[in-house]
Design a protein around this ligand. Structure first.
Ligand code: DQQ
Length: 582
């Protein structure tokens, strides 16, 4: 059965929005054609991940905090559940980054310099708390140019209306970039000379680049001659992000901070790989250089935010809470035809706090923002339960299709673990060869999520421990090979290595499960893997959650807490679920 939004509802919502009496309102384009299905026909819509009521969404754009309100703009096709020729900046606001109010589109194609789409970009808060947006316009001739937009009314905390600057485009493609591969301006930062800098993704030949522009007034921008970051044989760099991280503690710092207490992160997305890679390094604004600790190698040595599906991400500094928050787009793994039938495609990962692993200084750590815990309802705990070889236990009593699970495994002495020459092994391949069902010595053990009762369907998120030269290595995997009885899905298995400290004798996992997404954080956020899955049997109340050990050695569940997650206000379809979490 389909329900259509009726004209009276539309009129009422538009009236309430215009009068400002009710803050929750939908873009006209969303309401006017809104048709949505009942939950039994929409088993894959999420309940607490951000997604618009319908249609296609991709990159997060211009996230920021302004006067008590969090803003999320995003790439949106108002007309279809597929990527479109006319992309706009949709706009939603929130007080807690979890519950959202959808507003009218903020920026839509209207001028020669953006008539073919308004693509990704970022927000910067200028002095005197003035937010501005730099975004990529796809111009008449398909040139990619950078445009500026400002809020019409700064006293509106929702910043509902945006005005395009009369000097647009403020940046046009330089000779070092292909005209149709020059996009996605970052949040700007100030160098030691007081000038603003912004980094933009580009391509020339097969070289991927991130190019810096400088400005005193934010309107007149000057190209810096040398590329800030370049990589060979990669193709275009998308959505570059550049920010400092503190070398002490987990607090974030403002994007312009440059002093000995921070290191810098350069993040690039490669269109060809659909992955976001990051590089830690030293930034010297007086020399206009970023010296990365490592170059891009195209191998497993490259660091990624997430080893599953997570792309076009963007961070912002949440200054009231002194943290840096990362948004990332999670695409579908089903077919385009499925998306058309579902009427939507694309979700955002739960925002993550991101910080430098102060101990090693060699990688970032990520953790779901604390606000998501407000959704935790009924809780189930297991303590001190031994998982013998081949055992599986069910975590029952919570709704397994909509859950937050934290588990700490205690592992035995590491005398008998398998050996591995890690330099020669691709962890993703290893995860699919040594799948969850294949017995090893220490591992595989972990969670079997969105599983059917007979376990013909299940997504296994698990660990194995190996010895490699004189170190111990953990392997974290997310095995989608049995995630659905359906065949026409991308079921790639994901995985990554991490250094395992044998003295700890423990290993931790957290998974956020939400109908068609499983976001997993190994070792407190050292390894993150996001998967999209579309079970046929393990949907809604029929989904189960298990803990398993298929290794020959026993492990112990030292602590497991699992919560049913309440539905967040992420859109229009309120209370479509039947989940009771109290
Ligand atoms: N998506 C945008 C581009 C960006 C790409 C278009 C990354 O600006 O390069 O929707 O997913």
């Amino acid at each position: 059965m389909e329900i259509s939004a009726t004209l009276p509802l539309l009129v009422l919502l538009t009236f309430l929005q215009n009068t400002g009496l009710v803050i929750k309102a939908l873009p006209f384009s969303m309401i006017s054609s809104t048709k949505y299905r009942l939950p039994d026909q929409q088993p894959y819509r999420t309940s607490y991940h951000f997604q618009p009521p319908q249609n296609w969404m991709n990159d997060p754009n211009g996230p920021m905090y302004y006067k008590g309100v969090y803003h999320l703009f995003y790439q949106y096709n108002p007309y279809a559940a597929t990527f479109g020729d006319i992309m706009v900046w949709a706009h939603s606001v929130s007080y807690d980054l979890i519950n959202w109010i959808h507003l009218n589109n903020a920026i839509e194609p209207s001028e020669p310099y953006d008539i073919n789409s308004c693509w990704s970009g970022s927000a910067t808060i200028l002095p005197d708390e003035k937010p501005v947006i730099l975004y990529t316009g796809i111009a008449e001739n398909k040139y990619q140019v950078q445009n500026l937009a400002m809020p019409k009314n700064l006293s509106d905390p929702f910043l509902r209306e945006w005005i395009k600057h009369s000097q647009n485009p403020v940046i046009t493609p330089p000779s070092g970039a292909e005209v149709d591969n020059f996009r996605d301006p970052s949040t700007a930062w100030k160098g030691s000379d007081g000038k603003w800098r912004v980094v933009i993704g580009a391509q020339k030949g097969d070289e991927g680049k991130a190019i810096v522009y400088k400005s005193e007034d934010f309107f007149n921008w000057k190209l810096d001659a040398d590329p800030f970051y370049a990589s060979e044989n990669t193709g275009v760099v998308e959505c570059p992000d550049f920010f400092p991280v503190s070398i002490n503690g987990t607090n974030g710092v403002d994007t312009s901070v440059e002093n000995p207490s921070v290191r810098h992160v350069m993040k690039v997305g490669y269109l060809r790989r659909q992955h976001d890679y990051y590089f830690l390094g030293k930034y010297l604004s007086d020399k206009e250089i970023f010296v990365a600790d490592n170059n891009f190698t195209g191998t497993i040595l490259d660091l990624r935010y997430d080893y599953g599906k997570f792309y076009a991400s963007k961070s912002f500094f949440d200054y009231p809470k002194k943290r840096r928050i990362l948004w990332g787009w999670v695409n579908e793994s089903d077919t385009e035809q499925d998306d058309i039938e579902k009427g939507w495609a694309g979700i955002q990962a739960i925002p993550r706090q991101v910080w430098l692993d102060n101990k090693s200084g060699k990688q970032l750590m990520q953790w779901p923002i604390e606000e998501v815990e407000k959704l935790r309802g009924k809780k189930i705990s297991i303590h001190g339960e031994k998982l013998l070889s081949g055992s599986i236990i069910e975590v029952s009593g919570i709704t397994a299709s909509q859950a937050d699970v934290e588990i700490v495994f205690e592992v035995p002495e590491l005398e008998n673990v398998e050996s591995l020459d890690a330099k020669r092994v691709d962890p993703q391949l290893l995860c699919s060869e040594e799948s969850a069902s294949k017995s090893g010595k220490l591992g595989p053990f972990g969670l079997s999520a969105l599983a059917s009762e007979d376990q013909r369907e299940q997504t296994a998120v698990f660990f194995r421990i190996y010895k490699s030269s004189n170190k111990y290595l953990g392997l974290m995997c997310s095995d989608q090979s049995r995630s659905s009885l359906r065949k026409d899905l991308d079921k790639t298995t994901y995985g990554s290595f991490f250094e395992f400290d044998p003295n700890l004798k423990r290993i931790s996992l957290r998974s956020l499960i939400d109908h068609s997404i499983i976001e997993s954080f190994g070792e407190g956020g050292r390894v993150c893997i996001t998967s999209r899955v579309y079970p046929l049997l393990a949907i809604g109340k029929e989904a189960h959650l298990y803990v398993f050990n298929n290794g020959t050695q026993s492990v112990q569940i030292s602590n497991l807490n699992a919560w049913c997650m309440k539905e967040a206000e992420v859109g229009y379809q309120k209370n479509v679920r039947y989940v009771e979490c109290s």
